[in-house]
Design a protein around this ligand. Structure first.
Ligand code: ADP
Ligand code: MG
Length: 275
């Protein structure tokens, strides 16, 4: 892969707080055309890594480059025109309407006042893509949690950046909308963009990601193609539950199944411990 194709590169980045390392020696790149998923247990460092890549935190070690330039040398505006970020917690309790929230995604372009109407059209299109256009005039806090999450996804899409950094974008969504969000990121990648997505559902990662990174205790334990990384031994170790991995019956992807506590892996069958 040519260097020019690498939209985002992190080299040996580390981050500590109060003497505790939250992230150690993590290297990863995001190339044009790629969807990369990050999985791993609670507290593994996934959001910390995303915040570093988004420029919200500054790494204690290592280098981050966005579109070939050191991130710390870029203005907030220059960053916002290249990458959009969906944070895990979005603190927005004021009664902005849904359309106003989507328009916030246009903030990096507000200097182009003449194109206000264009901004409105882009925001409305983004709402349509997340099936939230029918809520356009409703105050955001009156929507359900999942509907609000889709509006925030629309805000991120309205930013029209080649790079998306999404922290658990599917956590509050029903099955259909989980697939929709991942298909939207797939489409962006197919058009030459790239997305890095923190996901809890390893099966969604297997279905949509070109590469999957597994994080554990502040380290990137593995990164690669789903079949190479989503291995029963690694996942069982990282998550601390028994896991089996099978070929998906319908598509060319691994299917990861976790077993109830008290069961042990045994090939493709499992055995319940009798006490
Ligand atoms: P993940 O997103 O993988 O669940 P995080 O990146 O949010 O995990 O957090 C990684 C670890 O760092 C967790 O143990 C968390 O408690 C800790 N952590 C995150 N932010 C801070 C902070 N500001 N101060 C102290 N510890 C933190
Ligand atoms: Mg997190």
């Amino acid at each position: 892969m040519s260097l020019l194709m690498e939209l985002l590169v992190a080299q040996d980045i580390g981050y500590h707080i109060d003497g505790r390392w939250l992230l150690r020696e993590v290297s990863l790149s995001l190339s044009a055309g790629e969807v990369v998923a990050l999985v791993g247990p609670n507290g593994a460092g996934k959001s910390t890594l995303l915040s570093l890549l988004a420029g919200d935190l500054t790494p204690c070690n290592g280098i981050i480059q966005l579109c070939g330039k050191p991130l710390h040398q870029m203005s907030a505006l220059a960053q916002a025109q290249r990458r959009a970020v969906l944070r895990q917690q979005v603190a927005l309790t004021l009664p902005f309407t849904v359309l106003e929230v989507a328009l916030m995604g246009r903030a990096p372009y507000l200097h182009r006042r003449a194109e206000c109407e264009e901004d409105r059209i882009i925001a409305q299109e983004a709402l349509a893509r997340t099936e939230t256009a029918l809520f356009a005039d409703r105050p955001l806090p009156t929507l359900s949690g999942g509907e609000q999450a889709r509006v925030h996804m629309a805000r991120v899409l309205a930013q029209t950046t080649p790079i998306l950094l999404l922290d658990e974008p599917t956590a509050a969504l029903d099955l259909r909308h989980q697939h929709r969000v991942l298909r939207l990121t797939r489409q962006l990648a197919d058009q030459g963009g790239a997305a890095l997505i923190v996901l809890h559902d390893v099966n969604l990662a297997a279905l949509y990601a070109d590469r999957v990174g597994v994080m554990h205790q502040g380290c990137l334990r593995a990164i690669g193609k789903p079949w190479d990384v989503l291995r029963a031994d690694l996942l069982s170790d990282v998550y601390g539950v028994s896991i089996i991995v099978q070929p998906h019956p319908q598509v060319a992807a691994p299917l990861v199944l976790s077993l109830p506590e008290g069961t042990e892996r045994s090939g493709y069958t499992y055995v319940v411990e009798v006490r």
